[in-house]
Design a protein around this ligand. Structure first.
Ligand code: SAH
Length: 244
């Protein structure tokens, strides 16, 4: 029997935001591979083997999933949100780079709803015009690169979604991010903290850049900073679709 591998996004938290395609693929799988809290979101059933691993072992996890598919298993690799956004899809392709045997396998990526889109929808339409996403984790890239991208994103007047803003092991990066934004933006603008979006712990808060503090974010928060055009309309925040 031929094995296959699907890299699947589970969305930001609520079951209603898992796509029917992802649900159906998980229902067919023999094996689920992923970071422990995401694997835990997949219900147990007879015949399904769960392979949960710690964070930070993404490449090994991808290799393990490819080995299982090569052995004929039907494998789902799970990520939160969308699997192509700071998640497992890129790790799977990286693992395939020097393995022509794995490149011949039936591998596909199934999209999911990324945290920034779920957060933006709750807030209004802050990503309604041009925007970019920046991962603030400096595990995989030096801080200089992050800071350069940040300054250029402000110069280009993008709204910006920040992932992995702040962890216990990296308390400084987001503090520095706010300093750079205050310096580079030269005006006040809405900063939206969206935590645990679409889960029972959801908290959403919009403050001005001048009031924003590092403690307002943690690892379950996606932070959206508006462009110079982003503004409030009643309870919502949106960015108009025209530049002027
Ligand atoms: N692939 C995921 C992102 C993984 S990186 C996606 O597309 O959403 C992990 C980061 O995503 C977290 O640090 C946080 O910034 C963000 N995140 C994931 N789920 C979230 C949620 N429910 N609410 C707010 N932010 C979330």
């Amino acid at each position: 029997m031929n094995g296959w591998l699907r890299v699947v996004g589970l969305g930001p938290g609520s079951d209603g935001l898992i796509t029917p395609e992802a649900q159906a693929t998980i229902a067919d799988a023999t094996d689920v591979v992923g970071y422990l809290p995401y694997v835990a979101r997949v219900p147990d059933r007879p015949g399904l083997v769960k392979h949960a691993s710690d964070n930070r072992v993404e490449l090994e996890r991808a290799q393990h999933a490819l080995e299982l598919a090569a052995a004929g298993r039907w494998v789902v690799v799970v990520s939160s949100g969308d699997p192509g956004v700071f998640a497992m899809a890129a790790a799977v392709f990286e693992a395939m780079e020097d393995r022509p045997d794995w490149q011949a396998l039936d591998v596909a990526v199934l999209p999911g709803i990324s945290a920034m889109f779920a957060a933006a929808a709750q807030i209004g339409a802050p990503l309604g015009h041009d925007f970019c996403a920046i991962n603030l984790s400096d595990n995989l890239k030096p801080w200089d690169v992050i800071e350069r991208r940040l300054r250029l994103a402000v110069e280009a007047d993008f709204a910006i979604a920040f992932y992995n803003p702040r962890s216990v092991s990296r308390p400084e990066g987001f503090r520095r991010t706010l300093e750079v934004l205050r310096e580079a933006c030269g005006d006040d603008r809405p900063v939206m903290f969206a935590r645990a979006v679409t889960t029972p712990e959801e908290e959403i808060r919009t403050v001005g850049l001048q009031e924003a503090t590092p403690e307002m974010a943690d690892m379950r928060t996606v932070v959206i900073v508006g462009s110079s055009r982003t503004r409030r309309v009643g309870r919502h925040v949106y960015t108009p679709r025209h530049a002027l």
